[in-house]
Design a protein around this ligand. Structure first.
Ligand code: CUA
Length: 367
């Protein structure tokens, strides 16, 4: 029986896998081509695209991208046209070629040196335009760091293979810890302090900014500002091991009010079990291996190896953007996360159906 929990029944990936598993290769190829085309076209806009900027940083990067594309395309077209012209002229003059070699055209050499000089001057000029625009873009990208308003500071720790997110505050009781989902208020400068505990990762939200590496033993900083609300997908952009491709995160840019509501809710300790079913779920959590790695604020669970689960039910995805946060996915993840994301640190948890159901009820109550 073919099972793949990572993708919903309707997902193209799952359909392609099912088809290839059942021998319909031709249909699978057609599907791959169709979805490939769709993906290529959709790459120009959406939740993860450098060409759909949602803030000033990404805007500067998109501008220089378009400028380079325009200049380089023009150069390509001109060079190809000159090449075609030269080929055509050489063909028409092929008959009297021997004559030309024996008796060179008068003034041919000086015309050639003028052509070469013009070519060099144009090349240097174009390179200067690119150099200056690159310099100006770099300077604009750093201008947010110099803005006067005190930024919201968020500490990001890259781990194999998920993101720990901590909102800085002078008062420890006002600090929020979460994972893989970053909420920011629209219009406010946000400073990210980036570090890593294991290998080099790279923090990248294409709609908001370029990449910044997270290097072990060093704190890097980057500043962003989202100018329009939205959900933007980010991902690790530096190969960091087996599950590098499954190290994504989400940035939710929302109004000040929505952000404050979210923040206040995240500050609260986990909801206490409201009935015996939930209490049973909490007991399963506390008496199994979960407690070794995860933290649930307001309980004895204080592990820091895996993501903080105090408000896990409020997040859109689990496993660093790998799965939608649904009951089914959560069940498969808890039972055997190695089948979904091989090599991650979470061991299989062979729970009885009853225990699993109670645990799921409890985790889904942690809004
Ligand atoms: Cu972390 Cu790639």
């Amino acid at each position: 029986m073919f099972t793949d929990f990572r993708y919903p029944l309707s997902s193209p990936v799952r359909r392609i896998r099912l088809l290839t598993a059942h021998g319909s290769l031709l249909t699978a190829c057609r599907l791959i081509t169709a979805h490939g085309l769709l993906l290529t076209l959709s790459g120009c806009a959406g939740v993860q695209s450098s060409l759909d900027p949602a803030g000033p940083q990404a805007d500067h990067i998109a501008r220089i991208w378009w400028l380079m594309l325009f200049i380089l395309s023009a150069i390509f077209v001109i060079v190809m046209a000159l090449l075609a012209l030269a080929t055509w002229r050489r063909r028409t003059s092929a008959d009297n070629e021997t004559e030309l070699i024996l008796k060179p055209e008068a003034g041919g050499e000086s015309r050639m040196s003028t052509l070469v000089t013009t070519g060099v001057v144009i090349t240097v000029f174009v390179l200067f335009i690119l150099l200056i625009s690159s310099f100006l873009t770099g300077r604009s990208l750093h201008s947010l760091a110099a803005s006067n308003s005190p930024p919201l500071t968020i500490d990001i720790t890259g781990q194999q293979w998920w993101w720990q997110v901590k909102y800085e505050n002078d008062m420890p009781s006002q600090m929020v810890t979460t994972a893989n989902e970053i909420h920011i208020p629209v219009g406010r400068v946000v400073q990210f302090k980036l570090k890593s505990n294991d290998v080099i990762h790279s923090f990248w939200v294409p709609n908001l900014h370029g990449k910044t590496d997270l290097v072990p033993g060093h704190v890097a900083a980057t500043w962003i500002r989202a100018d329009r609300p939205g959900t933007y997908r980010g991902q690790c952009a530096e190969f960091c091991g087996h599950q590098h491709a499954h190290m994504a995160f989400t940035v939710v840019a929302e109004s000040e009010e929505e952000f404050k509501n979210w923040y206040d809710a995240q500050l609260l300790a986990a909801a206490q079990p409201a009935n015996t079913q939930l209490a049973r779920g909490q007991q399963v959590f506390m008496t199994s291996t979960c407690i070794m790695c995860h933290r649930i604020q307001g309980t004895d669970a204080g592990g820091a190896v895996g993501p903080d689960l105090t408000h896990v039910a409020s997040r859109q995805t689990i496993a660093a953007g790998t799965l939608a946060n649904t009951r089914d996915n959560l069940a498969h993840w808890i039972l055997d996360s190695q089948a979904i994301k091989p090599g991650n640190r979470m061991p299989p948890n062979p729970l009885s159906a009853e225990d699993l159901s109670a645990l799921l009820n409890y985790l889904q109550s942690l809004k």
